[in-house]
Design a protein around this ligand. Sequence first.
Ligand code: BDP
Length: 686
Amino acid sequence: EDGYDLWLRYRPLAAGGATALPTGVERRGDTPTLRAAEAELTRAFAAMAGGTPARGARVVLAGAADPEVARLNLPLADLGSEGYLIRQVRLGNAPAILITGNSDIGVLHGAFALLRHVNTGQALAGIELASAPRIGLRLLNHWDNLDGSVERGYAGESIWDWWTLPEYTGPRYTDYARANAALGINGTVLNNVNAKADSLTAPYLEKAAALAAVFRPYGIKVYLSARFSAPVELGGLPTADPLDPAVQAWWDAKATEVYRAIPDFGGFLVKANSEGQPGPRDYGRTHADGANMLARAVAPHGGIVMWRAFVYADTDPDDRAKQAYTEFKPLDGQFADNVLVQVKNGAIDFQPREPFHPLFGAMPGTPLMLELQITKEYLGYNTHLAYLGTMFEEVLDADTMLPAAGASVARVVDGSLDGHRLSGIAGVANIGADRNWSGSTFDQANWYAFGRLAWDHTLSAEAIAAEWAAQTFRPDPALTGPVAAMMMGSRQAVVDYMTPLGLAHLMGTGHHHGPAPWIADLARPEWNPAYYHRADRQGIGFDRTASGSNAVAQYAPPLAARFADPATTPEADLLWFHHLPWDHRMQSGRTLWAELVHDYDRGIGSVVQMRRQWDTLAPLVDAERHAETAAFLAIQQRDAQWWRDASIAYWRSLNGLPLPDGAAAPAHDLDWYKALSFPYAPGHPD
Ligand code: BDP
């Protein structure tokens, strides 16, 4: 039980269980996709049978065009090109469980849905399932480098072995495709947004093409991050100015070359003028100029451009949280119609908690893609158990109130609010060459939750946690209930012990491991934790009201009003929006200072509680995965204590306040915490 199987872990079903396994699989049609669906079902049923004879109706895989399926008049119209329908019907005068869809990919998705159904302990007899994705582009973004390292990766090296590609495409690539197709993920950006131009050279395109060939039967398209200055680096041009005809011609030719190698290539993802990356601003052009140039190059081939809004400049003295909005909102309506602007969930950077990004709702004329981070750069790497389903749900459900109430981020992103043809969501992958893919068993759940919510954002994080636990461990409520409960509280625990009450970006420099709220001397102001917490003798927090940066004004008027007043700001975001005195009275009746300490302790308490809960589950979990998780939870408790103690020691050095009644003193003095260093922390680019 090394975790390799992910949610495709097929084991003998419990004797006397709900499921009568099918007597066979009938495939109507001979395409690689239908063959993959058949292979998955056959393999799963054989493993699940565990020697007991099958008794259930046969499964039939058939597209909507099959004459017998057509005669059934099934409601397939709403399934789109990727959805599926599963029904118990009569075919060829015998009972059958039909898996169908408007395309082979739909049928494949249905096959995986059926296996999820069985693997979560539900009966096949009388099965009726139908589902279609709400968001068009459901992509993983790999931050994988050509040298095999993974930026912000905590699961080992990259799974792409660029060295042995294109000749060698071992089984791992197929298993990657299976795991993603099971969730409905339909695209993958292979390389880091901090891109090397080399990815666009002929040898690397050939390597990418080999991966595309493996993924194609699974409905997964390949995309690449494009380096904006590639015309200079590869083409020898003196400029990468997007309005220069020679630059445009270079990209047109490059796009043609890419599509010759990969006919169904998805398109480009671009990080421009951000953290040192080149971009159109280098030439006095706008982000729209840059995006549209690439968009024109891929348009004849059916490609798209995903242009990231993650920008902030050292030359801009304004609040970092405001800069993307300031730069992008005026460009609304100027992007070509095959461009999506990709926006992180929050305005700063994948923190344990951020209010939703104010660009959502503010650019109705542009399809906005939501970018989530699955890899836990700021949430304790792979050793802290933090289920991100709740975090993803929080942002998707957030109401932008633009133009009016009921305009959730999910409705902006799925295109329904503004009637966009294109819609997309991206997750920065947490996948690496580690045997268990994600660096820990529970981090697999974050990949899983991303995929499930990308397919259907109306699913609940809790239901997803339970179904993940059932497939990962066993479909036994005695296990799935407690595991889901652990998961549901786990992200708040991290918020509590790292950055409670709306604090953000207090992590160690560069690697982002552990607390370093005292850092104040880095070259760029907004790289310093002190920039974000602004704590001093009197108080703490970032004033984003009119008396401060006025970032609140970037939200819809009713939200701006709510966030402008500490009394109506959700306490979870309090110090994000306000600088308040240490003795500010909280809803609990405690002072702000006492509340902070209380939250740190609550965070540690939650981890202690998770450890206890996990211990009780030992009889229901295999020893290998149980022991690893137990060890990681011990690391998490140690780190939570460290975060609490170091933070409290630092805040006290500023506010001079005594510890609240009953609170334990930090284990060490502040200098001890300051002296810790982590030159070899994983995932760090420098
Ligand atoms: C930050 C990461 C950095 C990424 C950047 C991005 O620290 O490694 O390159 O985001 O999203 O969170 O571009």
